[in-house]
Design a protein around this ligand. Structure first.
Ligand code: NDP
Length: 485
């Protein structure tokens, strides 16, 4: 049992009122940690620490801060195994996935921003009689609020550019998955990052998260999470004119055009549907298939889904672990019941039964990957974000019809199109109302590209230049040429 504490002003400390929350391993239902149930007073302490560290941190040169990012990357890389095991234990995801995706990306987030930052050149705009240049300053103390599905991956995606641009940080991870954020804090303490530059407050969203949103000295909020929480974030922070980045939910489409290479398309669609138990905001949970190949695709898709190895997340052979919590399991199961009520056919999955590991007491939150067909694309199961191992299949006869179905969603985060005709793939992609489209691949990330959604999937973009812009203020300085009148 770990006793996790807040990290404020370079020291670990319990919540001021001493309250705590339990943290569980969803694969075993075992209590693994307690964390502080922080409130406004704890946020106040963190803000004070961050504010007093601000001038020292922002006085460092850009290169000095980039060197800090490299140092953090190196230190995290040495802890790869620790990060992977901790993340797997906290989320129920397979250790292999946690190592390959979560741990690796946490390191590369720091490396990428250090290197990308060094390539920045000053923006200048020449006029006939004057010269403009853009001077960047930090925003100040920023709040980073992150979800449970990719805990350290998404936190470091924000921490790295925020530090690079000279900000001080108050981070609030999901209370369901606090452990790797704590590991990051321990690492920063070992590295002797100046006190107060990075602060971590644990607790419940409506309590400590809300306090962060409401604090007048927190000048920007970078939020990744659900759309409904995003509305609360916007409602609270926008009237205070805080800078806001909202990376929200998705109901992403996978589109299989009739000329798709079926081997690739089936592999890609399964990966897009069930990676991390379907708990990635980019997961393709609505699969649209050209009717001429629907039967063939569906048969192969189901075969491939049935080959997924569900089981003990610590077993290297496991390809799918548990979902995040017993409560989330019930939520996903309620959608399976609804699918049946709505007239859907469950082609595979739909139950907790499995041949593999189900926690020592058989109580882990495991659900078989579930594939449903025969539901209208307008049904609740095909329109609401389920965020679990469940997908719906739909067929179309023309690409115009496919586009109408794809774009009927209130979300617009990501999608993938599968075709051997790249021009057709390009044309289709450009007509999709979404922030990101992959053609013949899925979650193939170049960290320089804009990441984010349209419609109810968010406001703003992160990644590369967009992150640096978010975490800095720009002053345009216009200098009149003394020789001109
Ligand atoms: P939530 O919206 O429930 O929570 C996200 C974070 O917000 C958590 O840290 C949560 O704390 C906190 N929070 C909750 N209420 C408040 C509040 N009133 N004020 C401030 N903070 C609050 O999302 P989940 O953690 O359930 O994550 C899943 C969601 O995240 C899915 O919808 C998914 O699509 C989305 N997501 C989007 C991504 C993107 O890039 N677009 C990437 C990954 C996930 P607590 O946990 O304590 O409630």
């Amino acid at each position: 049992m770990l006793d996790i504490q807040n990290f404020i002003d370079g020291a670990f400390t319990h919540a001021l009122d001493g309250e705590s929350i339990d943290d569980y391993n969803p694969a075993t239902a075992q209590r693994i940690a307690t964390i502080p149930r922080s409130k406004f007073a704890d946020v106040e302490l963190a803000v004070t620490a961050a504010q007093s560290a601000q001038s020292t941190w922002s006085a460092l040169t850009f290169e000095q801060r980039a060197q800090w990012l490299d140092r953090i990357a190196d230190a995290l890389e040495e802890k790869t195994e620790d990060i992977a095991r901790t993340e797997s234990m906290d989320t129920g995801k397979p250790i292999e996935l946690a190592r390959r995706v979560d741990a690796a990306r946490s390191v590369s987030n720091f490396r990428f921003f250090a290197s990308f930052g060094r390539q920045q050149t000053e923006m200048t705009f020449e006029m006939e009689d004057a010269m403009n240049y853009v001077h960047r300053t930090p925003v100040g103390t920023v709040g980073l609020i992150t979800p449970w599905n990719l805990p350290l991956y998404l936190l470091t995606w924000k921490v790295a550019p925020a530090l690079l641009m000279g900000n001080t940080i108050i981070a609030k991870p999901s209370e369901i998955t606090p452990l790797t954020a704590n590991l990051l804090a321990e690492t920063l303490l070992e590295l002797e990052l100046p006190n107060g530059v990075f602060n971590l407050v644990h607790g419940l969203g409506p309590e400590v998260g809300q306090a962060l949103l409401e604090h007048p000295k927190v000048k920007a909020i970078s939020f990744t999470g659900g759309t409904e929480t995003g509305r609360i974030v916007a409602r609270t922070a926008a009237p205070m004119f805080k800078k806001l980045s909202l990376e929200l939910g998705g109901k992403n489409a996978t589109i299989i055009l009739k000329d798709a290479d079926l081997d690739n398309a089936v592999d890609g669609a399964v990966r897009a549907a069930f990676s991390n138990s379907g708990q990635v905001c980019l997961c393709g949970s609505r699969i649209f298939i050209d009717s001429s190949i629907a039967e063939q695709f569906t048969q192969r898709f189901v075969e491939k889904v049935n080959a997924i190895q569900i089981g003990d997340p610590m077993d290297e052979r496991t390809t799918m672990g548990s979902v995040i919590s017993p409560e989330h399991l019930l939520k996903v199961e309620s959608y399976i019941d609804l699918a049946i009520e709505e007239g859907g056919t469950v082609l595979t999955g739909g139950t907790r039964e499995m041949t593999g590991f189900n926690g020592p007491q058989g109580v882990g939150a495991f659900l078989r990957p579930t594939v449903v067909e025969n539901l209208p694309h307008t049904s609740r199961c095909a329109t609401e974000e389920i965020f679990g191992p469940m997908v719906t299949l739909h067929s179309f006869t023309t690409e115009t019809e496919a586009l109408e179905m794809v774009n009927s969603s209130e979300y617009g985060l990501a999608g993938s199109v599968w075709t051997t005709d790249l021009e057709r793939g390009r044309m289709f992609s450009e007509k999709m109302d979404t922030g990101i489209v992959w053609v013949n691949t899925w979650l193939h990330r170049d960290l320089r590209t804009p990441f984010g959604g349209v419609k109810n999937s968010g406001v703003g973009r992160e990644g590369g230049q967009w992150s640096l812009d978010f975490f800095s203020e720009m002053t345009n300085v216009c200098i009149k040429n003394p020789d001109s009148n």
